[in-house]
Design a protein around this ligand. Sequence first.
Ligand code: NCD
Length: 456
Amino acid sequence: MLRHLVSIDDLSLAEIRDLFAHADRFSADPRGFADTCRGMIAASLFFEPSTRTRLSFESAMLRLGGGVITAAELASSSATKGESLADTVRVVGGTYADVIVLRHPSEGAARLAELYSPIPVINAGDGSHEHPTQTLCDLYNLHVERGHIEGLDVVLAGDLKYSRTVHSFAYALARFGANIVCVPQTGFEMPEYVVQRMREEFGVEPVRADARRLGSLASQSDAVYLTPQKPHQLSLFTDARGWEVENVDAVYMTRPQTERFEAEDRPVDNYLRLEKRSMAAESLRDAVVMHPLPRRDEISSEIDSDPRSIYFKQAARGVPIRMAILAMLMGKIEAGAGERVPAKDSHPVHVGPNPCPNPTCISRTEPRHVTPRFTLAARSPMRAHCAYCSRELRFRFVGCSTTRHFHEPDSTALRKVRPDHLVFLSDAAAAEALAFEPAAGVRAASECPDSEVARG
Ligand code: NCD
């Protein structure tokens, strides 16, 4: 059956653990599997720069005995002639290759590609959204270095707003039951949509962290603990001081993703930096230092020789784990013993003429080719999100396409409405333009304070 890897959530924990076991085998004998994917071809479609991800994928495919074709720069592909991503994927997936490895600056690009591709699509990074194979590499490193992931305390530091590696890693850590300490660069905190998803899907709650033992690393930052509600009891940690960061298992540092900054983002001077002095902090005594690379100044080269610094080993392990991913998606190895993630309910809903609120979503960057699609995110209160980039839709009312009435998002009347009859409306004017009338008891838009407007 055709499988894609678009989000880290597409893999079950059992599959991830088995991928680690395969990566161990590949790592122990990198030249011993040259028949595994013989005769197969991977197409690297890289619409954004890459060094490690593309080269480690290509090396992985070659080590498995397969071949590689590459479109490494947008400038050398038909995209500059106005070709849609969907068409590119259909052509490459037709007879050119057996698997597509795709990197794209627009969020949701890989989700779109999977709709059109007759062969597996692997998301090698889509804007600031996700980077699931880097996450598999990061998890594999924790598995090798620590032997387990559950219960670990992992610090995520730096630009948590735009780092796609951080977002995918956070979802996976939460699912494995690890604790996350966010130490963001001020102004680059973990986005609310990421925290909300962790809260809803994995039962994670943000708790104030007392990070004094992290020393200079956290001195300019407001640290937050993201912790699974189970096995911890939240009430234990809600005292005024917050939950103390004691012994950290890993620090995951990230560079400022300046290429994704928007007008509202202040330029960063004084970016967090790991150096000899910060590594002397009490709670980092046994912590490994990780970085997806490339680094700029956020990790001083003076700690490269510190045995706790594993970022180059981390990059090296990208090859065996990507061998495992490729071999699995091409049906050459088994993983998870049939334990798959259950398919999510993704009922399509209508949203009037509204585009996705995220300007870097593929539905906004390729508006001529991509029809906006939204699915129901939750029913009480009603919420909808973009089917590509999963960003929440901003809306004020929800209508029923059969009664033509519109309601407040938390109205109990909506619970009986079939998802495909729901119409999400930005405001009363939009409702009126589409010939909806207010249901009994709906307050006129002018009576609603702005703060009540659902935000994405
Ligand atoms: C990361 C990326 O592209 O998101 N790099 C990588 O894949 N190893 C991190 C980054 O560019 O900062």
